[in-house]
Ligand binder design. Structure first.
Ligand SMILES: C[S@@+](CC[C@H](N)C(=O)[O-])C[C@H]1O[C@@H](n2cnc3c(N)ncnc32)[C@H](O)[C@@H]1O
Length: 285
């Protein structure tokens, strides 16, 4: 299924008039956000670490020429960008193409090798899920299940996983006794395999210096763990250091914009939108 962009109207609404503005789309995916920015006259630099999106990115380059530039790397590489931008946008998580492609190992609904890497190239040293399970201790697996999936009985399940050493999605699925834990276990492993929280933290650290005055950072998140990181980071940025009595003041480095969740209509038309939150901040100078 083609990926339907989530909260795109809210993102466009927050960005306002973007004609001639320079925007970094950190998560190209199916290019839904990038295309909307380009159609409104923006100049776009996009990142994605999934090599499968390369063809779509090349087609976009052919269509929009120098107004579109694609960097096939993890978005934490924004720390290497040497210019400043009017907006830096993240639409986090995985795309419908990734979850729907049975060979990628993201879904417990299809039997496949237990892979779960967004970046399937050999050159970045990222282990797939089966290799990660082999390498980690029971304690480390339990912590991943707890931290990234809120899985109860994480220790017990981690022991079984470590002992049975699953190599396929169905082998892993069949080790999980409580059907309610299946999706959270797959989510937790995916987050660990792709170091998703580390990526967000590193990328956000690089954002303030790469925004112009009045520049905006917008993040769309899909689960509470990544949303907490974004929320707390933005809270730090909108707070004057050393004055906890004044959480949001005019001379803080950033001003928050109102958080948005999808409407009932959007959720009905696009179930992926269900848990989404959009948060944003504007750099004040
Ligand atoms: C939710 S999709 C983005 C969809 C896109 N906004 C659209 O409208 O088509 C997330 C994409 O971000 C990519 N991604 C996730 N984390 C990444 C990271 N740390 N670095 C680069 N790309 C990442 C995934 O490979 C996936 O293609």
């Amino acid at each position: 299924m083609k990926h339907v962009p989530v909260l795109l109207d809210s993102v466009l609404n927050a960005l306002g008039d973007i004609k001639g503005k320079r925007i970094v789309d950190c998560t190209f995916g199916a290019g839904g956000y990038s295309r909307a920015f380009l159609e409104r006259g923006a100049i776009v630099t996009a990142f994605d670490r999934d090599p499968n999106v390369q063809a779509d990115a090349e087609a976009m380059r052919a269509e929009y020429g120098e107004r579109f530039n694609f960097i096939p790397r993890a978005f934490s590489a924004i720390s290497e960008l040497e210019e400043t931008y009017d907006a830096i946008v993240f639409d986090l998580g995985i795309s419908s193409m990734q979850i729907d492609n049975p060979e990628r190992g993201f879904s417990f609904r299809a039997d496949a090798a237990l892979d779960m890497r967004m970046d399937t190239r050999d050159n970045d040293g990222c282990m797939n899920a089966a290799q990660l399970i082999e390498k980690l201790t029971v304690l480390e697996i339990a912590q991943i299940l707890r931290d990234y999936g809120d899985v109860r009985n994480a220790m017990q399940l981690a022991r079984v996983i470590k002992e049975k050493n699953p190599r396929t999605t169905f082998e892993l699925r069949d080790l999980i006794r409580n059907p309610k834990d299946v999706a959270p276990v797959f989510q937790a492993l995916r987050i660990a395999v792709n170091d998703e929280m580390g990526e967000i933290r590193r990328a956000l650290t690089a954002v303030p210096e790469r925004l112009v005055c009045g520049g905006m950072c917008i993040c769309v998140t899909f689960h509470s763990i990544e949303d907490r990181i974004v929320k707390n980071t933005f809270k730090d940025w909108t707070t004057v250091p050393g004055d906890p009595r004044m959480p949001v003041v005019a001379n803080a480095p950033f001003m928050a914009i109102k958080a948005v969740v999808p409407t009932a209509d959007e959720t009905e038309n696009n179930p992926r939108a269900r848990s989404a939150h959009m948060r944003g901040v504007v750099k004040s100078c």
